[in-house]
Design a binder for this molecule. Structure first.
Ligand code: ARG
Length: 470
């Protein structure tokens, strides 16, 4: 039997009118985004309800039609939530799947929903609505992680550990001070997210395909309904803009960088050579062959995630570069990178928070590393400058000699005797022994932002005010 043109049209009930042939199976698979954009269903429905309410307010559709569209869309939301919705690749994406189901459900009124809009402004709106929520959640989880780090630094505000440069012992610091460094990074990360959210918060809907619409729509009303600051200014920019996603992905890349640095420190600190900390068992794994192992897998995954998070950013930037105004199907390639970055950055933050909450430092091991690393050498040089009026460069040189002495005697600077020191600096007196102590070194670092425990306590108070209020 010959297929009627109506049958053929069924291949796409939404745009099939102009077509006499249906897409090839291959093209259908290639073209459809429903596999991944169904995640946007809540926002798609939220946007459609606001749009249809505006259409009715402007007398473009009747109040009755709006109410029937609204209740249909709410039923569809439940169907999808309860896994009772039949998604079809023939209907390409979440927008057409929902619209088609609405027409099935409520008949002709459903066909009016797409008046004065296009999928181009619709999809840009959906992604903004979705990302806005995610940004709020991510920003909050960063705040939680800051709280966890601040609480830990409160417990360990005066626990001494080596501070490193070049991964060589530099000067003693406190564990609390070290953790607060990450609180600052995460604070900047939160600022970047909020900044990007501000710029993102303009409504594209009502820009229609690219040129705006001849219907008497009220875009300010829809913007207000959906919690946007205002409608976008230029219809062409609105449908082709994905800057907001790139900004979000750049901000996420920096978060990923910060978390990967902390993750790497956790890997180093928990290694058997360092043995500075114990990671909670819950965030480590065993080896299938080596029974003694406890591997820091969560930290290693966080260390690795920037790979895909930078990759996603590069991928979207590359899709957009050179794309002529306005929408191109190229832009459908925005979704998977956006979703992937969002999910992975969320996971990294949550896992890091879980680890830090139960991290256990091993003070004796930190102290042992301090003794080996001559971390008070700078204090000794400074002492020679301040007390014996030796020029710094010369003091640096003499201190180097004292370090060699300690090295040959296989002892720490703290354990040298006054005679040892006098063999290099003959006029040194007993007070010099004081500055060789780790305790002295740390407590003397009282400059603003320095590591002295009393500073760390102030910094904690300050950080609570700056980051945890409100
Ligand atoms: N699924 C499409 C996307 O994600 C929706 C917009 C389609 N627009 C169009 N003119 N074909 O980009």
């Amino acid at each position: 039997m010959k297929k009627s043109s109506l049958d053929k049209q069924k291949n796409n009930k939404i745009w099939g009118g102009r077509f006499s042939a249906s897409p090839s199976k291959l093209m259908e698979e290639f073209n459809s985004s429903i596999q991944f954009d169904k995640i946007l269903y809540v926002e798609d429905i939220e946007g459609s309800i606001a749009h249809s309410e505006m259409l009715s307010k402007q007398n473009i559709i009747s109040k009755k039609e709006f109410l029937s569209i609204k209740s249909g869309l709410e039923r569809i939301k439940k169907e999808i939530y309860n896994n009772q919705f039949n998604f079809s690749t023939k209907l390409e994406d979440i927008h057409m799947n929902i619209e088609n189901r609405l027409v099935e459900m409520i008949g002709d009124s459903g066909k009016k929903l797409h008046t004065a809009r296009s999928r181009n402004d619709q999809v840009a709106t959906d992604i903004k609505l979705w990302l806005r929520k995610k940004i709020d959640q991510i920003e909050l989880s960063l705040k939680d992680l800051q709280r966890t780090l601040i609480e830990k630094s409160e417990t360990y505000y005066d626990l001494f550990m080596p501070g490193y440069t070049h991964l060589q012992v530099g000067q003693p610091v406190t564990f609390g001070h070290h953790l607060l460094a990450y609180v600052e990074m995460l604070g900047r990360d939160r600022g970047r997210l909020l900044d990007c959210r501000k710029r993102m918060n303009e409504l594209p809907l009502g820009s229609a395909a690219l040129a705006g619409t001849s219907y008497p729509i009220d875009r300010h009303f829809v913007a207000n309904k959906l919690g946007f600051n205002k409608p976008t200014e230029n219809s062409m920019d609105a449908v082709s803009d994905r800057d907001f996603a790139i900004e979000f992905m750049s901000a996420s890349s920096l978060i990923a960088i910060h978390l990967s640095r902390l993750a790497e420190e956790l890997v180093i600190w928990s290694s058997d050579r360092f043995d500075f900390i114990r990671l909670p068992e819950k965030f480590t794994t065993g080896s299938s062959i080596m029974p003694q192992k406890r591997n820091p897998d969560a930290a290693e995954l966080i260390r690795a995630k920037p790979g895909r998070i930078f990759g996603n950013l590069i991928s979207l930037m590359t899709v957009l570069k050179g794309l002529p105004m306005t929408y191109g199907k190229d832009m459908q390639e925005d979704k998977e990178p956006i979703f992937d970055t969002t999910r992975n950055i969320e996971l990294c933050i949550l896992n890091m928070d879980g680890m830090i909450k139960e991290i256990k430092p091993i003070p004796a091991k930190m102290m042992e590393a301090l003794q080996k690393g001559y971390p008070t050498a700078t204090d000794l040089a400074d002492y020679l400058v301040k007390n014996l009026k030796i020029p710094f460069r010369e003091a640096h040189h003499l201190t180097g000699k004292i370090v060699i002495l300690a090295e040959t005697k296989m002892t720490s600077l703290e354990d040298l005797t006054l005679e040892d020191i006098q063999s290099v600096v003959p006029n040194a007196d007993l007070t010099i022994l004081e500055v060789l102590k780790v305790q002295y070194s740390v407590s003397s670092r009282t400059s603003y932002g320095g590591t002295a425990p009393k500073n760390v306590l102030k910094a904690i108070k300050n950080a609570k005010k700056r980051f945890l209020k409100g």
